[in-house]
Write a protein of this length. Sequence first.
Length: 505
Amino acid sequence: GRLVASWTRRMPRPPPPDAIRLARSEAENAFGSGDLILERAIIEPRHVEIQVFADKFGATIHLGERDCSVQRRHQKVIEEAPCPVMTPDLREKMGAAAVKAAQDINYVGAGTVEFLLDANGAFYFLEMNTRLQVEHPVTEMVTGLDLVALQIRVASGEPLGLEQSDIALEGHAIEARLYAEDPSQDFLPATGPVDLWRPTVGDGVRIDAGVETGGEVSPFYDPMLAKVIAHGATRDEARRKLVAGLCDTALFGVTTNTAFLIEALERPLFVSGEATTAFIEQSFSPEDLSPSPLASRDAAIGAVLLYVLGRDAAAGNAIGVSPTILNWSSATPLSVPYRFSYGDDETTITITPQAEQTFSAADGDTAFSIELLRAKNYEAVLAIEGVRIEIHFNHPRRDSSGQTIQFSIGGRAFELVNLNGVIASARDSAGAGAVAAPMHGMLLDVFVKAGDAVKKGDKLAVLEAMKMQHELMADIDGEIEAVHFEPGVQVAADSLLMNIVAADD
């Protein structure tokens, strides 16, 4: 083993004697040897690697370079080929150094020689990995070679069959690693179910995945779920294709870094090709990595989807079938409130059907007109105030209450639970506290308000349905926590009208 002590160009003098003694002591205790290697620290370098291949007949070539500078926790997350700042002269020098490293040890097989590249074009050997790397697809995309097949060929003792002059790089390729991790928690790995996996299918975009719908992300393996790779004639074309591919890829159930990847690909430093290993620290503040609050528009989309899916279920339709609005008429429409908890916020959206596939979604004084144009095969197209939006969605089967909706907009995934519906669906078993409409009808009177104390048996409201008036009574002693409807509105069956917080014994 070894222990490395380093200093930077900002500190031109060697480490002080105390640092040397401390490092030597740690090395002796850990490895039984006080030998130290002092290495130059490169400030804000690029991480550039060269792909090499060698056969047992002495043929050794390189396939160009990959830039792997975008990293979190010292692990790569976005890679590309070729390197944005590479020149033919620098490629020749780095390639020659990598080939010589392989030749000097009589290497046979696929190998990856990694370097640090500074701003002045000087490069420094970092390590050699005696295998293909996770990011090898970008090299395949720009060379047109199948590196796995090539690796098997030379491992089987066959000649490489290629010379350096045969290698030509065409276009640009960028790969994003899709991880089960939470960027807001320092990119810590996440675990959970894979409720739905819907990878993009696009021209020039390739998906290498290790998950499928119904699977589970456990803590026992690396959290990488898939690689999304895009190829284009230019770097910006590849970048834009990759952004579009990530926006069109949905994975529900476990937290992923999809939204972060999209934002990283659109940050000015990356767009300009200037990203170094300091990219994330330079381009993202802690606030940037924190989840944004739930916007009214996004909550409204979730509420409309739950409303329609509930009616589909009543009609016996399977998930993803084009929605059918049951018993819709031009009479006074039924309004249904959906209460979502998201982070530290709570949002209530009231959905009122206006036409067969058009709804009003109200959040207090803010209202949206939403038309559901299509909902099939886990994809939906909506028009919100005339603006067309395409999304992925899912109604997870693990939710027995049917009150959870998952959807993705532009790569940002949401999982919202309608707390009103959960309470209403559980009221028979839980009993206490939830006051729900027993049937469709007109709410004639409400006799209480939030903060009122009530006793079991107190009259709370009157609902008119089927030409009869039904009195709704409190089933516990307690305090009214919230009243969700005002008199004079139509309410749907099972709508949560109000809830009571039980009094202390």
